[in-house]
Design a protein around this ligand. Sequence first.
Ligand code: RNT
Ligand code: ZN
Length: 420
Amino acid sequence: MSGQIEQGYEWAREQYAALGVDTERALARLAETPISAHCWQGDDVAGFERPGAELDGGGIQATGNYPGKARTIAELRADFEQALRLLPGRHRFNLHACYLDNGGRFVDRDALEPAHFESWIEWARGLGLGLDFNPTFFSHPKAADGFTLSHADPAIREFWVEHGRRCRRIAAEMGRQLGTPSIHNIWIPDGYKDIPVDRRAPRERLTESLDAMLAEPLDRADVRDAVEAKLFGIGSESYVVGSHEYYMGYAISRGTLVCLDAGHFHPTESIADKLTSVLLFAHEALLHVSRPVRWDSDHVVILNDDLLAIAHEIVHAAAPGTVHIGLDFFDASINRVAAWVIGAQSMRKALLAALLEPVEELRRLEREGDFTGRLAMQEALKTLPLGAVWDRFCQREGVPAGMAWLEEVRDYERNVLARR
Ligand code: RNT
Ligand code: ZN
């Protein structure tokens, strides 16, 4: 098997070389590109605030009841470590505030301290992972009516502003201790199910809250704030306070990152096309790579045209390091460890496909107006031996090639998940 992979790679290498593409260079860059894996795929966005916690509100839904979901911090860590053993390349881990380690004693959102994430930082350090972070503006009684930072009640607003202030400090502590900036992403569910009369006031309140939450100057080497827009959610079909236009304006005027989630636009819009526009005016962007099926359904990411287009933009249009890649899907209807593996692999395969494009040649055809040649080459590239290069990458990274990873997940399911 390993000899076959090497042989296959040699043949593939020649094919790409004939087009002027250096597969070795592509693989070196692929290995170095970090993908931030989200904690919430492991337990259906439940978190560990209280035993038996569940996703509640926020207009997002994890559907399915596949057995074996992580019920404790230890289980979630073990599950992700299993996924990591199967994944080639560098990773980060993306935590939500409700995944705190409170030692079994409830701590409310406005009282969180870096200490509640110390064990996560230790764990990440041991695995060589950077950490990213998110305040949790859902699954809480003070978010039950669908408003948080833009709430009409100043006391509720202040509660969430305080949560946000503390989360930034926690993220900064993660970044400081791990020596890599933590991307702190702000997403709130605020919006109306039915047609509002006043679309302006909630947005004014949101601006005030965000400004208060982000007022404390923190070192960009430790933490970077991002804001995530959304078109609609379940229960906020008619109006979302933090719309795309709102956050574009906010981010550009305040110097934060723009977070683009693949599921947060009209179904035919692609975030790939938005990236160059955003990056012309905001210095950096965060991606929430997801797969909307008819709505913001957060399906596991697969190697489809949308993903390939996103990867093409990251690799060929953005300056290195200006796009932070985060995964954001949650499927409770299949093995959750497998979901992590499939989604993260797909993202990295898409990056590999982009890295293997003869982009100079494609650009030349485009520049010269040869759209026939451009289309012909784009189509020809689709059947080049990407898989042979991917398998060689996996082999070098010491993880199973092809579908061999699935056997390991099945073993883990038999020995660990099925016993929960
Ligand atoms: C929700 C947003 C948000 C969440 C996570 C859990 O629509 O996509 O990013 O998925 O914060
Ligand atoms: Zn998202």
